[in-house]
Unconditional design. Structure first.
Length: 283
């Protein structure tokens, strides 16, 4: 927190003099995970059991016999092994989980890639393992997964956990955390547009969650301090009538992926042709 405060103080000082330079410096921080997720002891048996392949420099993981594949997409500073609990349960039920360490994350080398880079990776995984019975996404992996499905990746059912729905939320929360004002925020957005999307100003709408056709389960926690629970409501409203809500309490942003009840509800949703009982359909 002290380092974050010092960085924020420095960027605010620069931004007050030159919002353009402040935005450029902010972008330099925004694009770096700074820390790579390591395989945890409890994840090690599942991680080591995977079939590992190198997909154009991206490490991919597959479990099971290839039948009924389910894609797992992790979030920022995370890695595929965080889904160990999901993978174990999916294997027990005859599914074949598939995942990857995003560029610059886990054991995949950098640099990081944009949502379009993730779309290409997911498309390649579909060509190799799909079509998918389901797709599960967490945190920043949610817009990556949903955009890929929107653009044609085949999946029967979707489960999105603690997800970002509004693409602009990524820039807004970054600036808010560092105390950066609207001028630097706008310059940061221009830097993101220029560096990753050829200056396309429409990306903030284009990559936000929009109406979808596949049944979708949205899982979020009321104590999530990384992705505001309000993003769940945005996701539900934007996706439409095929979206259903499973609220949780007391789990935060990361532990939600290890919670047995969440895993059970999510996998039940992938299995069933009907909406599981107990879901809040009014959100």
């Amino acid at each position: 927190m002290l380092i974050q405060k010092l960085i924020g103080t420095g960027l605010r000082a620069v931004g007050a003099v030159s919002p353009r330079l402040g935005g450029r410096l902010a972008f330099g921080l925004w694009r770096r995970p700074l820390a790579r997720g390591q395989v945890r002891d409890g994840e090690r048996p599942v991680h080591d059991a995977a079939r590992v392949e190198d997909l154009d420099g991206v490490l991919t993981y597959a479990w099971g016999d290839g039948a009924r594949p389910v894609l797992l997409v992790h979030g920022w500073r995370s890695r595929a092994s965080r889904y160990a609990g999901f993978i174990t349960r999916l294997l027990e039920l005859g599914y074949s989980p598939v995942s990857y360490d995003a560029p610059g994350h886990g054991d995949s080398p950098g640099p990081i890639v944009s949502i379009l880079g993730h779309q290409r990776i997911i498309r390649q995984l579909e060509e190799r393992h799909g079509p998918f019975e389901g797709v599960i996404g967490h945190s920043l992996g949610v817009p990556f997964a949903l955009y890929s499905v929107k653009e044609g990746v085949a999946a029967k059912r979707l489960v999105m956990v603690s997800g970002v729905a509004d693409f602009g939320y990524l820039a807004d929360t970054f600036c808010r955390a560092l105390g950066l004002g609207p001028k630097v925020n706008q310059r940061l957005r221009r830097e993101i547009e220029r560096a990753y999307f050829d200056g396309d100003h429409t990306i903030w709408d284009r990559f936000s969650v929009s109406t979808g056709k596949a049944p979708l389960l949205v899982v979020h926690n009321d104590e999530d301090d990384v992705v505001d629970p309000e993003q769940a409501r945005v996701l539900l409203l934007n996706y439409g009538e095929q979206a259903h809500f499973h609220p949780t309490t007391g789990l935060g942003h990361g532990r939600i992926l290890q919670d047995p009840a969440v895993i059970a509800e999510a996998v039940a949703f992938l299995q069933d042709s009907d909406v599981p009982e107990g879901l809040d359909l009014s959100a």
